[in-house]
Design a protein around this ligand. Structure first.
Ligand code: MSP
Length: 524
């Protein structure tokens, strides 16, 4: 089987409620995955949950639950969140699943056998709240630690460490030679700067079972569990291994679980989509881990920014949060998907404002796209009983230009610019209605041919828009297709060629895609 386009999100900590930031990452990954499918590529889209660790153990205990029961409940919440966002993911990984644990242990065995893991006594500061060891560098001038670390204790403990020290040079060279490995460019520069100016410390990858039992036991020492990143990052290869990917299975000597003939070919991943806060783990630790396992590196790490609300960090304690489900209930899933991708390019931080959301809804969705589709289809029904006239190609150059520009942008994952390009076609077609004034020429029987031409151009642009919009706004695209009386869904960009609507085709019933809302009562 030929290799699929393999794209992943980060895996989400199970001990929190899903919020806008997670929804953004999931939606943007979904759009890239769907866009690749529309390009005709075979795609595998993986998302999932990070379920081990002290915090999960603690939260479960405070609720009087076993950690696994707690995780099972939370997994339902997260899965239904993903489905409300209309993710078309191919699998959903949970780090407490047997298929994941087996491969984590195989990868640890491999790296251990290669001499890259060693045990040593650690003596120093430890933040229980952040579950992390701290060094002198983390101390403030007055000797205290940032309050974010909570109580900091002195700890003496033997642990396992993963060697990073000798790995810096090749990684630096690799990133220098492969400009697409970390995107966007300024995030790449951050990693380069970090590698040039710091000496990597070996990474502690274990916790004694006496202190933390909710983890995957080290295969070479049952008194320890593996800690956080050696568990979490490995998810990107555990699912390929479980599905019979030969690259991972042969590097880790894992048995192939999938029946012969059904194996997928996934590794190396094409894109890991992550937030800026976990860039170091993905761009520094993960490549070094993969090299130690004898595996090729992912092709790209795509780091997005963080969302704020009204210019401030979202925080449950201050109530400054955006609840994506509330927004979806009120405005529809496509309005949500549209806003987050149109508002924020992949890279910088974004700012959610309810006014900004409503302004885009009203200008770009209701008055822009919605109005175009509604009036085009309504006029065709009113003036031609819904029958498509003979093809005409007045707007064909505009459409062709928008399609080729959008495809080029999607190749670069420039989703915001791609949406803008689609809207340039929406605006062009709305302007065409104003310029040609079909409602006026409809009154003059001598201009019947001209009216046919105008109506054809309008409905054909609507059809092409449905094709282009499909990865971004899947429901809306399907509804436009339905209203045009076309069967199936517009899931191939190749259908965006001019002339798809045939003369005599009977369209369906138009209905508003984005109902106008009375904004007065909705200010928040
Ligand atoms: N479990 C780790 C990741 C392991 S990946 C092998 C983790 N989980 S998380 O739930 O805290 O974050 C998951 C993703 O959500 C990260 O990519 C993170 O950047 C993203 N976001 C969390 N809050 C966010 C915003 N406010 N805005 C945008 N993305 C945000 O880290």
């Amino acid at each position: 089987m030929s290799k699929q386009f393999y794209i992943t999100t980060a895996i989400y900590y199970v001990n929190g409620q899903p919020h806008l930031g997670h929804a953004y990452e999931m939606v943007l990954t979904d759009v890239i995955a769907r866009a690749r499918r529309s390009m005709g590529q075979e795609v595998f889209f993986l998302t999932g949950l990070d379920e081990h660790g002290q915090k999960v153990e603690q939260v479960a205990a405070t609720q009087g639950k076993k950690p696994q029961d707690y995780c099972d409940e939370m997994a339902q919440t997260w899965k239904s969140f993903a489905s409300r966002l209309q993710l078309k993911n191919d699998d959903f990984v949970r780090t407490t699943e047997a298929r994941h644990k087996r491969v984590v242990q195989a990868s640890l065995s491999k790296v251990h056998a290669a001499g890259q893991i060693y045990k040593k006594l650690y003596e120093g500061f430890y933040s229980t709240k952040e579950e992390t060891f701290l060094t002198e560098k983390d101390r403030k001038p007055d000797g205290t630690f940032d309050p974010a670390y909570g109580e900091v204790i002195k700890l003496q403990e033997e642990n396992y460490f993963f060697k990073l020290k000798d790995q810096q040079t090749w990684l630096l060279e690799y990133i220098e030679k492969n400009p697409l490995f970390i995107r966007p460019e300024y995030r790449r520069n951050e990693v380069l700067g970090f590698l040039r100016n710091n000496v990597l410390e070996d990474l502690c990858i274990s916790r004694p079972i006496s202190r933390l039992s909710w983890g995957i036991p080290l295969p070479f020492d049952p008194n320890y569990v593996t800690y956080v990143w050696f568990d979490a990052l490995v998810n990107y290869i555990t699912i390929p291994a479980a599905l019979g990917d030969m690259v991972v299975s042969s590097a880790l000597d894992t048995e192939r679980a999938a029946p012969p003939g059904s194996q997928l070919s996934l590794w190396p991943a094409d894109i890991h989509v992550i937030g800026k806060d976990i860039l170091k783990f993905h761009a520094v630790y993960w490549p070094i881990m993969l090299k130690a396992m004898g595996l090729p590196l992912p092709k790209q790490i795509l780091a997005h920014g963080w969302w704020q609300k009204n210019g401030e960090r979202m925080s449950k304690s201050t109530g400054n949060v955006v609840d994506p489900i509330g927004v979806i209930d009120e405005w529809g899933i496509d309005a949500f998907r549209f806003y987050v991708l149109r508002e924020l390019d992949i890279g910088p931080d974004g700012n959610w404002t309810d006014n900004g959301f409503q302004a885009r809804y009203s200008a770009e969705l209701a008055n822009g796209l919605g109005n175009l589709v509604n009036r085009s289809l309504s006029m065709l029904r009113r003036y031609r009983s819904g029958r498509v006239p003979a093809p005409s190609d007045e707007l064909s150059p505009d459409a062709r230009q928008a399609v080729s520009k959008m495809l080029a942008l999607l190749e670069q994952n420039q989703l915001q610019d791609a949406l803008q390009t689609i809207w340039s076609l929406v605006n062009r077609a709305n302007q065409y209605v104003d310029q040609t004034a079909p409602f006026k020429i409809a009154k003059d029987p001598a201009q019947a041919r001209r009216l046919d031409e105008v109506l054809y151009n309008l409905v054909e642009v609507c059809r092409i828009l449905a094709v282009l919009l499909r990865p971004f706004l899947p429901d809306t695209a399907a509804r436009i297709y339905g209203q045009l009386g076309l069967s199936g869904v517009p899931d191939r960009f190749s259908a965006a060629e001019w002339g798809g609507l045939k003369a005599g085709h009977q369209i369906g019933e138009p209905s508003p895609l984005f109902p106008r809302k009375d904004m007065a009562g909705t200010e928040r």
